[in-house]
Design a protein around this ligand. Sequence first.
Ligand SMILES: [Zn+2]
Length: 219
Amino acid sequence: MRLILLGPPGCGKGTQAKLLSRRLDLEHIGTGDLLRAAIRNTTPVGARARPFVDTGNLVPDDLVNELVAERFQRTDRPSRFVMDGYPRTLAQAHAFEQVLAQWKLPVESVILMNVSDAEITRRVTGRWSCPTPNCKATYHVENNPPRVAGVCDECGGRLIQRADDNVDTVRARLKVYHNDTSGLIPYYRQRGLLSEVEGSGSIEQIYASILGILQPQGG
Ligand SMILES: [Zn+2]
């Protein structure tokens, strides 16, 4: 199976990609992990990407495309994979398609996890986490609240919110997502590759919906 997972930031596609990679024996490919590995191994693309990372800047889209291409040039290129967060734009989808065509590994399925902006905002802004280094427990004010507000159940640490998890940042990220995917989603739909799942249930419910699409006979 060669699969792309799409969905807004905070929709839980990383969690689903991890579950699917174990169940279906797929390589879980996220550009963050690829980038870290390329820099650690000082590959040609890693060396060019490093200054962006070191200065806290976003790696340009072209370089991200080259990073993915570099992964597929290796002899241990994955023939079965789930893409998590790439391609993000129509231009990246075109670049990715060329890479895959070169190795005769076409994408077989694209799954879009639909979660409303309101739901994403509610999820992300309700997150609290424990800063204690060997605890790192996470909570949500509605779904999974600590017993005492602001205090970690596990270690008694004082819970904090990530600076990024505020309403303005989430809205800005969603705006970029909608803009980026406005060409991408129709592209995969027109090619008959796109399936959509309701992404607002439990992790288990969403996972079952995705498996139902990928393995209609329950195989
Ligand atoms: Zn804790």
